[in-house]
Ligand binder design. Structure first.
Ligand SMILES: C[S@@+](CC[C@H](N)C(=O)[O-])C[C@H]1O[C@@H](n2cnc3c(N)ncnc32)[C@H](O)[C@@H]1O
Length: 255
């Protein structure tokens, strides 16, 4: 169950009401765990009745580690940028799986125009609050070479197509779903385990990646654990870029 604690005067009062309405309409989220979402100027998520997780989970887009990556990112230094940019100049990129927003920010910082999609309501809400805070922080804005990515409405790209939402046409789509293997890893940090607890793993990856293939103009990039085979999609994977513990599989389609 999800409980809310919203401070008077929080800039997110309306967004919380929308989130509550969404959860009412889409029953089934957060049935097995008790979460508390505390909302003031920022939003923090607590996993209740679990002593392992006494620290709240939040999305901090501008922590030191990410800032360093943003200042040093480029096609040469970040495998994800190499895979997504390919030979394109300032492509429109759909990050189909925004998650904690890290890769969207990295891709935006190297010149992409990034649109973020997130279907988990709490992750979407945390991203919304984190981006709002960044938009209202001049020193963060000044430090960004290419502005912030755009968070689209709650829901997957496919949901938004079905709802007839107006979106540009993406040159590249980036897809980084949650794979079951990652969940079991002993190396997964505690705060990331809250994220995994919340999101679970995605079971529709092949089907969804095939849908994305029909929607991208130039290519689709799928992030995979390095020890796993590429997804078997309607198109063959035409090139791969190796990252630290992962691999970026590229499917060129020329739609
Ligand atoms: C592994 S995380 C992505 C991490 C992200 N690349 C980052 O840099 O933080 C996967 C996220 O995508 C979301 N997701 C998975 N499938 C999705 C879909 N079809 N549409 C929208 N969001 C999706 C999950 O809810 C989860 O938050």
């Amino acid at each position: 169950m999800l409980k809310f604690d919203v401070a008077n005067g929080s800039p997110f009062v309306d967004a919380v009401e929308k989130l509550k309405a969404y959860l009412k309409e889409h029953q089934g989220f957060y049935q097995n765990q008790d979460f508390l979402l505390k909302v003031a100027d920022t939003a923090q998520l607590y996993l209740e009745n679990n002593d392992d997780f006494n620290k709240p989970f939040t999305i901090d887009l501008f922590n030191q580690k990410l800032l360093w990556r943003l200042n040093h990112s480029g096609k040469g230094s970040e495998a994800v940028c190499k895979a997504v940019l390919s030979n394109l100049d300032k492509p429109i990129v759909f990050d189909a799986t925004a998650g904690l927003g890290r890769e969207s920010l990295i891709l935006q910082s190297v010149g992409c125009k990034v649109y973020m999609f997130e279907r988990n309501p709490i992750i979407w809400f945390l991203l919304h609050t984190a981006l709002y805070s960044a938009q209202n922080n001049q020193s963060i804005l000044d430090s960004l070479k290419n502005g912030l990515p755009t968070l689209t409405n709650l829901g997957s790209f496919k949901d938004q197509v079905a709802r007839g939402e107006l979106l540009p046409s993406p040159d590249v789509i980036y897809y980084d779903p949650m794979f079951p293997q990652r969940q079991k890893s002993a190396l997964v940090k505690k705060d990331m385990r809250v994220f995994h607890e919340l999101v679970g793993f995605d079971e529709d990856t092949t089907e969804y990646a095939n849908f994305l293939l029909t929607k991208t103009k130039h290519h689709l990039v799928v992030k995979r654990p390095s020890n796993e085979e590429p997804l078997k999609l309607d198109l063959r994977c035409s090139s791969q870029v190796s990252g630290k513990a992962c691999r970026f599989d590229c499917y060129y389609c020329g739609n």
